[in-house]
Design a protein around this ligand. Sequence first.
Ligand SMILES: [Zn+2]
Length: 242
Amino acid sequence: MFTSTSPGRALDKCSDTPIEAWEPFYDSSPEYFEGQFFRNNLGSFVFTSGHKRILADTGYGPHGEMLGYPAPGELIADFKMNGIGLDSITDVFLTHLHGDHVGSNLREDLPDRPLSFPKARYRVHEADWKHFTTDALDLMDGETELAPGVTAFPTPGHMSLLIASRNERALLVGDILGSPMQATETDFHYSPDLDGPMGITARRDILDRAEREGALVIGSHFSYPGWGAIIRWEGRRYWKAL
Ligand SMILES: [Zn+2]
């Protein structure tokens, strides 16, 4: 799997939880804090299954928006640097349609802004459809197999992915967890959660499932490279980067 991330910096208002409440994590997740600011990654993930090459989320993009912090995304450059052809992507899977997850869908740097991944099916949850005016997207409303071992399933406000290979599993969870700290403090609010209580329930559900199934958890805003294991330490749950 290949990961591309662009660092973003978000004002502390990206959470209704007071900044002091995050202090216990200053030591365990120092890369997430810069004074009164959060720093997080805007991650995209590429993986292959059979003849499919799937890109999950397209990050910030050259003109995306991330809570008021303008910085260009690096996905297209990362593709080039890693020798991955843009036309080799068969599916672009979008967990949801926030600006920091769809920023490289189009080549903003080219005239007429063509699709960045011209041979891909762009796949998104039906409920997000109304945000788009192009008919180039494939809508999903329930569990959908994208490729052998790669299954999209609905989670509140999202689609998530179950990626299974032999006896290994991973859950790609988009923004259900906005940071690794929320694996420990599921009640901490994250501003993209339009429905706070539902966000908490969604976090608990996906973490319970990951523990039950021994699945890795991949988050768009987790520390590079963005995937890790759920571990228990002194009875509390933590996300540990791998
Ligand atoms: Zn996000």
